[in-house]
Design a protein around this ligand. Structure first.
Ligand code: PLP
Length: 413
């Protein structure tokens, strides 16, 4: 029997292993594993969850994984008895070694592993202004598999990765914003030899992120009652829901799905807009606490998307202001003793708000996904390098995609 297959949760049909959506209505395909019992493996990092990852091999050097522990100080401060923190980042004395310091590493490893498994070797194309770009650059650096990054020029300075080879990475800087980068990247992926990373539609990205729920449940020995995460696209929320369904099916970890508590940064909160009909300020993402949390077209209404995840779990969305986030960040860092990314502070603020508004009870089992952290530590302690553009293009130049393709082919020849 195959290790896994991809099915459409709506029509029930089975599709090819590298398909992404149901051709009928675009519903996200979901992986169904032949092992329905949760069995961690004795493998490094994220590969501990190999049985529930849609891969048939591992990238040995891709070893980051979530660290889940029971909070004492923050828990006491906010008045909770069973608060567990799932930390994704770099915190060596606790055993957390995620090299680019965010849970995007959990997506990039299995996604790249699937590229290895496909017969035709293509160049992966990623348009991102931040953590996704760094996570994919890092996995390309350790595997030597070709990657084309298309990034807005003003984001180049954020592109540090652990020191290593960059000969498999081509960086195209676009003199425009994130949406210009996306539009150029999508033109490139229509060409032979280039594949898109697929975003939320990619089961490797979702099941990779879903390992945060697996790690937490393994530590708590039970599914949480509540799951808190800051979201942009909401992919992490969908992933947590899907992983929780598998654990529920297992039968040993409880029979109730955790409620999703997903947080966005006000006023730039497209998911909240879609959910409740509130207008997003046209100036967004200007002035955001963390632009990682802004996605103009999140997978909300699509089958298997954020709306389905919220409905199935009786979940909720939270709007968090910059002030609330900053206050939460200072509190977390002081009490837990590690720096966190701003988006993780937004999740922490949502937790504080939920306690205040009695959305959770004191004794509930609560999981807080710290999606990124330890950057200050990593930059101090690890050797890093900055990516530099191989070429700079203007979004107004109709030759831009062709020029990028030429440059990439020259570089990887
Ligand atoms: C990408 C990212 C998020 C948001 O993730 P979703 O894809 O919306 O689930 C939150 N925090 C950090 C650190 C991220 O990099």
């Amino acid at each position: 029997m195959d290790k896994y297959r991809l099915i459409c949760p709506k029509c029930g049909k089975t599709y090819g292993k590298y398909d992404m959506v149901c051709p009928t209505d675009g519903t996200f395909l979901r992986s169904e594993y032949s092992k329905s019992k949760f069995e961690p493996c004795d493998l490094p990092g994220i590969w501990k969850f190999y049985n529930w990852l849609p891969v048939e091999g591992i990238i040995k050097k891709g070893t980051g994984k979530t660290l889940t522990y029971k909070s004492e100080k923050l828990a006491e401060k906010v008045g909770l008895e069973n608060l567990y923190i799932s930390f994704n980042g770099y915190w060596p004395e606790k055993g957390a070694f995620m090299r680019t310091c965010s849970f995007k590493d959990l997506e990039s490893y299995p996604t790249m592993q699937r590229v290895i498994e496909q017969e035709e070797r293509s160049t992966m194309v990623v348009a991102s202004a931040g953590n996704t770009a760094r996570a994919f650059a890092h996995v390309s650096s350790i595997t030597d598999l070709p990657l084309l990054l298309v990034v807005p020029e003003n984001a180049i300075e954020k592109l540090w990765i652990p020191a290593g080879s960059t000969s498999s990475i081509c960086v195209a800087a676009v003199q425009g914003d994130y949406y210009d980068a996306i539009s150029i990247a999508s033109e490139i992926t229509e060409r032979e030899g280039f594949v898109p990373e697929g975003g939320a539609r990619n089961v490797a990205r979702r099941d990779g992120m879903g390992t945060v729920m697996l790690d937490a449940t393994l530590t708590m020995k039970h599914l949480p009652d509540h799951y808190f995460q800051a979201v942009g696209s909401g992919t992490g929320g969908i992933a947590a829901w899907e992983a929780a369904m598998r654990l529920k099916e297992d039968g040993r970890y409880g029979d109730k799905l955790p409620q999703l508590h997903l947080a966005q940064n006000l006023p730039c909160a497209p998911l909240i807009q879609l959910h409740g009909g509130v207008a997003v300020d046209p100036r967004c993402p200007e002035g955001m606490y963390d632009t990682v949390l802004f996605n103009r077209k999140p997978p909300y209404a699509v089958g298997g998307g954020v709306r389905d995840a919220l409905e199935a779990t009786e979940g909720d969305l939270y709007g968090i202001t910059n002030e609330e986030a900053e206050e939460a960040r200072l509190l977390f860092e002081e009490l837990e003793g590690i720096d966190i990314m701003n988006s993780a502070a937004v999740a922490t603020a949502a937790l504080i708000k939920a306690v205040r508004n009695a959305k959770v009870s004191r004794s509930d089992l609560i999981m807080l996904n710290i999606t990124g952290g330890g950057v200050k530590r990593a930059l101090n302690e690890l050797a890093t390098i900055m990516l530099v553009p191989d070429l700079v293009v203007s979004p107004d130049d109709s030759e831009a995609p062709a020029n990028i393709i030429q440059k990439t082919e020259d570089k990887f020849e």
